[in-house]
Design a protein around this ligand. Structure first.
Ligand code: AMP
Ligand code: MG
Length: 341
């Protein structure tokens, strides 16, 4: 497929991209979280193209992106709690799972009675969604299983030749996918941590629960750990080390030497403060240890930067604020493989 690049998304070029969406095509576009892979959410055929371009299993439902909160009622039955959350956090990096109207095809919701809705704050995303005039189904623009796309370079790497249009929006501001909250049951449930933190959500819905999948991932006790659950993953296997600074430094340095003797290269994902690790040849820093915003912003590009290593070792990040979302993505990238020191 021929992919048209839009480097300067002005009114005219966005009108063109919006028409591509209305005509059933695929458009990669920037949002404040990660790059999205957009298609007309009212068309089963268009939604199917998304699953095909990503290599995504068809039982994994798509998020629909809308230009304004007022549009949500056209496609779903939002409960009161949705408006409470939207007042505070929308437009922004929050996705809400609500009852869907029948106009949303089963291909988009993967057969569920609910649909995940999002109103992005990124001006290019907003403009594109408004101009297209249809809800835009938009999962992250990565190949299924790979780290999400947070730069034009990665968008091209994964999607060039698979989509009709790629729109340049520079680096994604947040760098992690939206927070997902289910509002379908009696209680609100956090399904995926992200840019809107659990601490922020609790200010609006004090009794919000953390979904069992998030909790299991958070404490690293999935029911079935291993490669089956790898997601956001670079090519090499990832292991997370749980231990004191000194023990982690000693363990990785010895391991790197041992593997170097076998002609193998080790990748290390660490922080600016981990100077003994930064001295190793395959090290990449996520940023300052105390700055979860920078770590979130850089995480996926760092994971993608490990191109020619045989194994990657990382450290467990803090689990508060945005750190919970970083930890969640790292645990998935590692297939929950944690080495306790
Ligand atoms: P991505 O599109 O890659 O950002 O991933 C979207 C995430 O939203 C996936 O983890 C889906 O399982 C989740 N999701 C989408 N729709 C629903 C829904 N109706 N109910 C629960 N989770 C959903
Ligand atoms: Mg994704």
């Amino acid at each position: 497929m021929n992919t048209r690049m839009i480097y300067e998304p002005d009114e005219e070029s966005l009108k063109y991209a919006a028409k591509v969406i209305r005509d059933g095509g695929l458009v990669v576009f920037p949002t404040e979280t990660v790059y999205g892979l957009g298609a007309d959410a009212l068309s089963s055929d268009a939604a199917e193209k998304i699953y095909k371009a990503k290599g995504r299993p068809s039982d994994n439902p798509l998020i629909i992106t809308l230009p304004s909160v007022a549009d949500v009622e056209k496609y779903a039955y939002p409960p009161k709690s949705f408006y409470k959350l939207s007042e505070k956090f929308l437009p922004g990096p929050l996705t809400c799972v609500v009852r869907k109207k029948s106009i949303i095809p089963d291909t988009v919701s993967a057969g569920l009675p609910t649909v995940a809705v999002r109103v992005p704050s990124n001006p290019i995303a907003q403009k594109l969604c408004a101009l297209s005039g249809v809800p835009v189904a938009a999962p992250s623009a990565n190949l299924s299983g790979k780290p999400s796309v947070t730069s034009l370079k990665s968008a091209i790497e994964d999607m060039y030749g698979r989509v009709d249009v790629i729109i340049d929006g520079g680096e994604s501001e947040i760098g992690l996918e939206s927070t997902i909250v289910s509002l379908d049951g009696d209680k609100a449930v956090l399904l995926r941590p992200g840019g809107i933190t659990i601490e922020m959500l609790k200010e609006v819905i004090p009794d919000i629960e953390i979904g069992s999948s998030v909790k299991e991932e958070f404490i690293g006790r999935p029911s079935a750990p291993g490669m089956k659950y790898r997601h956001y993953a670079p090519d090499a296997p990832v292991y997370l080390l749980d231990g004191s600074d000194a023990s982690v430094y000693e363990w990785i340095t010895a391991k790197a030497e041992e593997l170097a003797a076998e002609g193998k290269k080790v990748g290390v994902l660490c922080c600016d403060e981990d100077t003994p690790l930064l001295a190793l040849p395959g090290s990449v820093s996520l940023g300052p240890r105390g700055d979860d915003g920078v770590q979130a912003h850089r995480l996926f590009e760092c994971l993608r930067s490990f191109k020619e290593v045989d194994v990657i070792y990382g450290r467990l990040p803090e689990d508060s604020g945005l750190g919970l979302a970083v930890l969640n993505r790292l645990l998935k990238a590692a297939g929950f493989q944690i080495i306790k020191l």
